[in-house]
Structure formats: C-alpha cells, structure tokens
Design a protein around this ligand. Structure first.
Ligand code: FAD
Length: 275
C-alpha cells in the first residue's frame, strides 16, 4: 500500500485506481495523462510486460469511455534492450490506443531515436502522438524547427536529467531563459499542439501572454500533487492536463520528487493534515 505522504504524488498502484483518479479530475475540468511508473529496463521481458500493461490500459480507457491520454518512457518499453524493441512496443501501444499517446523524453543519448519514432507515428496517425523536448538541451532550438512542420503535439519542459555542459545549459537562470526563447518560437511557428509542461508561474504567464498575442492554442501540463489548486483554477480558462504516475514502482518516483524540492515533502504533509 502507498503511504499517504507518497499518495499525494502517485494515483495508486493499479490501473483501476489511476482511472478513478482521472474520473475525479475530469469532473473538475482537468484532463489526465496516465504514466505507468517504470524505466531503464535492460530485459526485453520487462519492457514487453509494461507495453502489455499500456495496451490493457488503453483498452480499459476505451471500455469505460474515460477521457485520458497515455505517456510512455522509451527506456520503459525497450530502448535499453535495443531500438527495435522500443519501436515494436511503441507501435503496439499506438495501434491499440484510441487515445492520444505522449512519448516522454529521457537523457540526451535517447533524443534522436525518440524524435525519429515520434515523427514516424505523428505522420502515420495524423498527429495522435506527442513528444517532449527539454529547454536545458542546446540542440532543442534546432529540434523545434524540425517539429514545427509535423502533426502532433510537443511538450516543452525544463529538463529533468543531469546533462554535460558541452550540450546542455546547467544554470537554472540559463535554462529559464532558453525555456522562454523556445516557448516564444513555438507560439510563433506551431499552428497548434503546444504543451507547457511546467509548474513555473512565470512560464505559464508567458504562455498566456503569447496566446493572447498570437492566438495559438496551447495546453498546460502539471504533475499529480504539484500546484493542484492552480491546476483547477487554470482549467476554468485553459486546457489543463495532469500527468498522473501510478503503479507498483512508486517509491523511486516519490523519492525523486522529494529530493528535487524539499518543499514537496511539506506540501504533501500539509495535504494530509488538511484532509
Ligand atoms: P521549476 O524550475 O522546478 O520551478 C519553478 C517554479 O515553479 C518554482 O519557483 C515554483 O514557483 C513553482 N513550483 C515548482 N515546483 C513546485 C512545487 N512542487 N510546488 C509549488 N510550486 C512549485 N522532464 C524530462 O526531462 N522529460 C519529460 O518527458 C518530462 N515530462 C514532464 C511532464 C510534465 C507534465 C511535467 C510537469 C514535467 C515533466 N518533466 C519532464 C520534468 C521537467 O523537466 C522539470 O524537471 C520539472 O517540471 C520542474 O520544472 P518546472 O518547470 O516545473 O519548475
């Protein structure tokens, strides 16, 4: 069982619990993006098992007519085994899903293969897939030029991986500057399909201003348990999606949230006390 302090950040251990969480969010105007926790598998068996779980999840969503997307990590569905394993499992998930499928972005060694897979599926599904790009990577400006002409959605995040200085901005202020620059480019050059994957009020405000200037539609994406009040408030005017991790591998995810921001522990505690 997930202890209350961790359940603030994770929807539950099972797909059924995660879908119930989505139903609650939908009732309050927020959409859901479901992510089965798991990554860095080296064994094909493990990658196939999680891909199977995503296929089952897609079927369960369709059966219950629940409005939700999926978000998968390449190293969870086979990239650590080989490009072919990743591509086969991704194709299986995309084929099974009636819903939108996001591809998360992992460290820089995976960027090319992830973008190539996205491009293929974006063209084949006429835009029913999305990919994440990271503002801390210096290459992202060029990647956005390639992505601007493709169908599908692109989520801009600051970047969660510790990357070498030759290829990445490492200071927070420089990453924030890059985020602003890339987001501005997206609003100027993308016709639609922009996702702002950030809890940062400054970045969300910038997106609101750019939307007012250019009219380009966009959505805001935040994690379960982080700034939830803001998620519900923003949903009154904008499209808001909550990225919802679930599954038995909740501990390392929860630990990462706490290490990343000690205040998260306080927020979690406050949420429990306030229940
Ligand atoms: P930060 O720079 O961490 O914080 C900026 C400001 O936001 C803070 O000063 C505060 O005002 C507010 N804030 C931040 N956290 C909190 C909090 N816990 N409580 C209250 N206020 C807070 N990374 C990847 O590398 N690949 C991915 O595929 C990926 N997918 C993501 C999907 C989603 C939906 C989200 C939200 C993030 C994803 N990330 C991904 C993680 C991302 O790269 C960042 O590491 C993470 O979002 C932290 O950056 P930030 O923009 O939210 O704000």
């Amino acid at each position: 069982m997930i202890p209350p302090i961790a359940s603030n950040f994770v929807a539950g251990e099972t797909a059924a619990a995660a879908i119930d969480h989505v139903d609650d969010l939908n009732a309050r105007g927020v959409h859901g993006i479901l992510n089965l926790l798991g990554e860095h598998y080296e064994e094909r068996e493990n990658a196939d098992a999680d891909a199977d779980a995503y296929v089952d999840l897609a079927n369960a969503l369709a059966e219950r007519e629940t409005d939700a997307c999926l978000s998968v990590k390449p190293s969870q569905i086979g990239l650590g085994v080989g490009d072919a394993a990743f591509e086969e499992n991704l194709a299986r998930i995309v084929a099974a899903a009636d819903c939108f499928v996001w591809i998360d972005m992992e460290d820089h060694t995976t960027t090319d293969v992830t973008l190539d897979a996205f491009e293929r599926h974006a063209r084949e599904t006429d835009g029913n897939v999305g990919v994440c790009v990271q503002a801390n990577l210096k290459r992202t400006g060029e990647d956005l030029e390639r992505l601007a002409d493709l169908p599908g959605k692109v989520r801009l995040v600051k970047g969660a991986y510790d990357e070498p200085a030759e290829i990445a901005y490492r200071e927070k202020a420089r990453v924030d500057e890059a985020y602003r620059e890339y987001l501005t480019y997206m609003f100027e050059h993308f016709e639609d399909g922009i996702a702002v994957g950030s809890h940062d009020p400054a970045m969300i405000e910038l997106a609101q201003d750019l939307h007012a200037d250019h009219g380009t539609p966009f959505e805001i994406q935040m994690l379960t348990g982080v700034r939830e009040r803001a998620q519900f408030d923003l949903a009154e005017e904008y499209e808001v999606y909550q990225y919802i991790p679930y599954g038995s591998k909740w501990f390392s995810y929860f630990y990462r949230r706490i290490r990343e921001r000690k205040q998260n522990a306080l927020f979690a505690l406050r949420a429990i006390v306030g229940r």
